[in-house]
Design a protein around this ligand. Structure first.
Ligand code: UDP
Length: 246
């Protein structure tokens, strides 16, 4: 049974990181495509404003809070999620799922070469995973069928889709029925981090829910997009005070 908490009409799974990893293990043993999305405050605001996108998030098999903002929202609403389950950490933790066979990954997204570099780096640290294919995330629409064919013929169990927020969830949702993998997860900029092209915020920022501050410092041009975080928290406060009905 799935235990979820409702945050502005979006059912976020109330799971710890370990429980989320166990869910992925379960998904890998079932013969169908499962979808995992990891919304942060920005994505939650996008879903609030776009009902189709909200429907996509709601249809996920596992929906975990990527950002401290979503966990804070759950506290304000009194439905308290156990902890942040960041997409990059969840993905990394799946590399250590100990099955009797090697789990096969396909990396899809990022600038040309990024997925391959990420694969080379990861295989050194996690020799018991297999990375069976890579495709970059800058493709013409008419190449899409070819990419799906490559993913399917690779025999991948798990597809990491790194096309950025909204684009990756929409891509997975649109093509889910054509895919033969067991798990599709939207991983944002994770391949850039695995490839060493981007860095995560230092531990202090990550532990204290201040990644947004670090990101603002590193990528100040994101300022406008990042305003969705305070906007999200204000919306949650308004919902809590019953000033707004969802
Ligand atoms: N990306 C991509 N194709 C696109 C747009 C973005 O492959 O058409 C990749 C981009 O190279 C980066 C990742 O998506 O590796 C995440 O992008 P961004 O940081 O903008 O998204 P976020 O995760 O913050 O939403």
């Amino acid at each position: 049974m799935r235990k979820t908490v409702d945050i502005i009409g979006i059912p976020i799974d109330s799971v710890t990181m370990n429980e989320a990893v166990e869910k992925v293990r379960g998904f890998l043993s079932e013969d169908r495509v499962h979808t995992i999305y990891t919304p942060n405050a920005e994505i939650m605001m996008d879903a609030y404003r776009n009902s189709d996108f909200k429907g996509i998030l709601t249809s996920a098999d596992l929906l975990v809070p990527d950002g401290a903002g979503v966990v804070l929202a759950s506290k304000i609403l009194g439905v308290k999620l156990p902890e942040k389950v960041a997409g990059i950490d969840l993905t990394r933790n799946t590399f250590s799922i100990n099955e009797n066979r090697k789990i096969k990954y396909y990396f899809f997204g990022g600038q040309p070469g990024v997925a391959e570099t990420a694969a080379q780096n990861l295989i050194k640290v996690y020799p018991h995973i297999e990375i069976v294919g890579c495709s970059d995330g800058y493709f013409d629409k008419d190449k899409e069928k070819e990419i799906i064919q490559r993913i399917n013929s690779s025999g991948a169990d798990m597809l990491l889709v790194a096309l950025g927020g909204q684009k990756q969830e929409k891509w997975i949702h649109t093509h889910k029925k054509e895919l033969k993998v067991k798990v599709c997860i939207g991983v944002g900029g994770s391949l850039d981090v695995f490839a060493g092209k981007a860095t995560l915020a230092p531990e202090f920022f990550r532990k204290n829910g201040l990644e947004w501050l670090y990101r603002l410092y590193k990528e100040p041009w994101r300022f406008k997009r990042m305003l969705k975080l305070p906007e999200f928290i204000l919306l949650i406060i308004a919902v809590k005070l019953k000033l707004k009905k969802i």
